[in-house]
Design a protein around this ligand. Structure first.
Ligand code: HXC
Length: 258
């Protein structure tokens, strides 16, 4: 298994778990962590043994944002030359469904990382926010686009212009998170969700993710056409035959993930 310095990686029951692990800075996302998260997730994504990826942090913080200490010394030339944050795009191109288990702070880049996941399970004490305006900047890891597409202009403008933090309950109400659970249950519930997704036919789950993702990125007509073409293509999968045969034979399907 690859060695990492800022994350912990484990696998169980077709789920690959990535735990952000810089407790001294509330999991502030520095360049090393970005590289490690993306590298680990890419390896998990490529494994036929993995059907879902779970990303989590600590009880106090999922992640309190991009690392301000690292960014503070940067200038435009350095940011532009490194194309700061671009590597995160690679995470969003992975095809394996990603579940985020969020307790505590998910601020700035932490909220944006959670939004790169496909399903967010939050503890009731979780706090989401885009406080970049208080640092004299704007979000740089996707919030102006992903938050706006998820919750609409009214709430996105409110959060991004004021920098206010919202509770998990409001985050669920406005469509930012999928489920809210008791803080002590967050990881267990998110793991259950990830295991359930991982127990499905992998190509079906991947295509479902791709089709829903297209709703963020295309016109309605393009998205509907993509969905229909993917639906047609699934009739070349062994899992499609097996799933429908199992239903008719009144038994559980035995997925072959192809
Ligand atoms: C670097 C951070 C950090 C961060 C916390 N720490 N957040 N270090 N980058 N984003 C460090 C603190 O400096 C401190 O280190 C330690 O973690 C514990 O934090 P405290 O502030 O002492 O904890 P607490 O009082 O409980 O407050 C928690 C907090 C606060 C409310 C989350 O830390 C906070 O406001 N953090 C910044 C949140 C933020 O602005 N995030 C957005 C970043 S910008 P020491 O060494 O003092 O113990 C971003 C987008 C970038 O993400 C895009 C624009 C380019």
């Amino acid at each position: 298994m690859t060695e990492y310095s800022t994350i912990l990686v484990s696998t169980d029951a077709r789920v690959g778990k990535i735990t952000l692990n810089r407790p001294e800075s509330l999991n502030a996302l520095n360049t090393t962590m970005m590289e490690e998260v993306v590298r680990a997730a890419t390896e998990l994504d490529a494994s036929p043994e993995i059907g879902a990826i779970l990303i989590t942090g600590s009880d106090k913080a999922f992640a309190a944002g991009a690392d301000i200490t690292e960014m503070a010394e940067q200038d435009h030339q350095g940011m532009y030359a490194a194309d700061w944050f671009r590597r995160w795009d690679d995470l969003t191109r992975l095809r394996t469904p990603i579940v985020a288990a969020v307790n505590g702070y998910a601020l700035g880049g932490g909220c944006e990382l959670a939004m790169m996941a496909d399903v967010i399970v939050a503890g009731e004490g979780a706090r989401f926010g885009q406080p970049e305006i208080n640092l004299g900047v704007i979000p740089g890891m996707g919030a102006s686009q992903r938050l706006t597409r998820s919750v609409g202009k009214a709430k996105a403008m409110d959060m991004i212009l004021t920098g206010r933090r919202i509770h998990a309950e409001e985050a669920e109400r406005i469509g930012l998170v999928s489920r809210v659970v008791a803080d002590e249950d967050t990881l267990a519930q998110a793991t259950k969700v990830a295991e359930l997704i991982a127990s499905k036919s992998k190509p079906a789950a991947q295509m479902a993710k791709e089709a829903v993702g297209a709703a963020f990125d295309s016109t309605l007509h393009q998205g509907l056409t993509l969905e229909r073409r993917m639906f047609h293509a699934m009739f070349s999968l062994e899992d499609q035959s097996e799933g429908m045969r199992a239903f008719r034979e009144k038994r559980e399907p035995q997925w072959r993930h192809r």
